[in-house]
Design a protein around this ligand. Structure first.
Ligand code: S3P
Length: 458
């Protein structure tokens, strides 16, 4: 598999956009795409997946599941068929598994393989190799897996899965759907009840999809906590998964439309799981003109078309307890805040420091370089917005732009600054747009169809 890091850096420049109009779709949800391939790869029978995100992160999961014995076939654009091995039937891969840039893939697969009696070595790119893995090593060790890791609990690492796994009850020390999912996936091949307790609700795609694949899973609430009980060993049966559009990708055209006068745009078929919609709640509080049309249910997940129109926005204080439901959207919120009127205060978002890059440092550094008043907090940032969108070429947005930003192999930093360039007075550049392919292949083309001017710097 080709990872974005093996290519030479691809700088990208974004200049002032015209208004964004019409209807678009964005690529499939990344979280759901990873899970669809993993669960189908474990299920008995032939699963059919449509709308799969064909970004590098998810392709790394497809390659991993193949290496572990599942038959994974691309049938057409976003359409995949998977013949699974049955729970417990995965085989040792011939060589190490390269997870590229994807934290979700490596953490979920660590859980999955922790209770298979085989040895596996995971590697990744420079970004992934700097991210903490101890958060999954701790619970999988309780099941009986053994980990040999580099200094500080990072990639590369080798795991010997437990031959006779023991069921575990685990209270999450960090609000993380990846850790929750890793524990539940370890429970699939473990006799008895595996229990995960979470204090702060995180995305529940694993719970929803495992049920669709036939797992016996019980979710209860007590003392303000959620208790998820999975009965193992699970017997997963093939199923159909229609992956809706990724709200974390939809956030970029939505943001661009909010910042570009005259815009009136609809992003169709977007996942609306309440544990993923914190950005939209925040934007409504800032005065955004957003409506959610054609609301429906698909495979246990909520889906809608998002209609967005340009309008002035006001800064806000984002409640700390909203962090889990918009964790991947803070970078683009920071860009929106740069042009909203007044102060936007982000707190409770310390997890941003261990994403594909330190997103607090990356955003504040890039915003300041482009003429925005922004300061770092330990767990967030404060941005003072310019209060003015660019109304015609004669007017200023109050954000000068004009600087090049380092993305640190982080797709969302790259896309966020491309959106800033659409609204700023001068073009904005990023040093490397390659990582955008991990989650949003075709990003520049889609934005350019809508009115953006994104291309290689001349
Ligand atoms: C994800 C969970 C989140 C999110 C990531 C995808 C998932 O990470 O940031 O992009 O699919 O479970 P954490 O669980 O570490 O918060």
């Amino acid at each position: 598999m080709t990872s974005s890091t093996s290519l030479s850096p691809a700088p990208l420049r974004s200049s002032g956009s015209t208004d964004l109009k019409g209807r678009v779709t964005v690529p499939g949800d990344k979280s759901i795409s990873h899970r669809a391939l993993m669960f189908a790869g474990l299920a008995i029978g032939k699963s059919h997946i449509t709308g799969l995100l064909e970004g590098e992160d998810v392709l790394a999961t497809a390659a991993a599941m193949r290496a572990l014995g599942a038959t994974v076939t691309r049938m057409g654009d976003g359409v995949w068929e998977v013949h699974g091995t049955g729970v417990g039937g995965l085989r040792a891969p011939a060589t190490h598994i390269d997870m590229g840039n994807s934290g979700t893939a490596v953490r979920l697969l660590t859980g999955l393989l922790a209770t298979h009696d085989l040895t596996v070595t995971f590697t990744g790119d420079a970004s992934l190799s700097s991210r903490p893995m101890e958060r999954v090593f701790a619970p999988v060790a309780l099941f009986g897996a053994q980990i040999m890791a580099a200094e500080g609990g990072r990639l590369p690492f080798t795991m010997q899965g437990a031959a006779r796994p023991l069921p575990v009850t685990y209270e999450l020390p960090v609000a993380s759907a990846q850790v929750k999912s890793a524990v539940l996936l370890a429970g699939l091949n473990t006799p008895g009840n595996t229990v995960v307790i979470e204090q702060i609700p995180t995305r529940d795609h694993t719970e929803i999809m495992l049920r669709n694949f036939g797992a016996d899973l019980d979710v209860t609430q007590a003392d303000g906590k959620t208790r998820i009980t999975l009965k193992g060993p699970a017997d997963l049966k093939a199923c159909t998964v229609d992956v809706p559009g990724d709200p974390s990708s939809a956030a970029f055209p939505v943001a661009a439309a909010l910042l570009t006068p005259g815009s009136d745009l609809t992003v169709e078929n977007v996942l609306m799981n309440p544990a993923r919609t914190g950005l939209f709640t925040t934007l409504l509080e800032m005065g955004a003109d957003l409506t959610f049309e054609n609301q429906r249910d698909a495979g246990g997940e909520k889906v809608a078309d998002i209609k967005v129109r340009y309008g002035p926005l006001k800064g806000t204080a984002v409640p700390a307890d909203r962090a889990a439901s918009m964790i991947d959207e803070y970078p683009v919120l920071a860009v929106i805040a740069a042009i909203a009127e007044g102060e936007t205060r982000i707190t409770g978002a310390q997890e941003l420091r261990v994403k594909e890059s330190d997103r607090i440092a990356a955003m504040v550094t890039g915003l300041v370089a482009n003429g925005v008043k922004a300061v770092e907090l330990d767990d967030g940032m404060v941005i003072t917005g310019s209060g003015g969108a660019r109304l015609g070429s004669a007017n200023s947005s109050g954000v000068t732009g004009g600087a090049r930003v380092e993305t640190g192999l982080d797709h969302r930093i790259a896309m966020s600054f491309m959106v800033l360039g659409m609204a700023a007075d001068e073009p904005v550049e990023v040093d490397d747009a390659g990582p955008i392919n991990t989650s949003f292949p075709g990003f520049a083309d889609l934005m350019n169809q809508l009115g953006a001017k994104i291309g290689a710097p001349s």
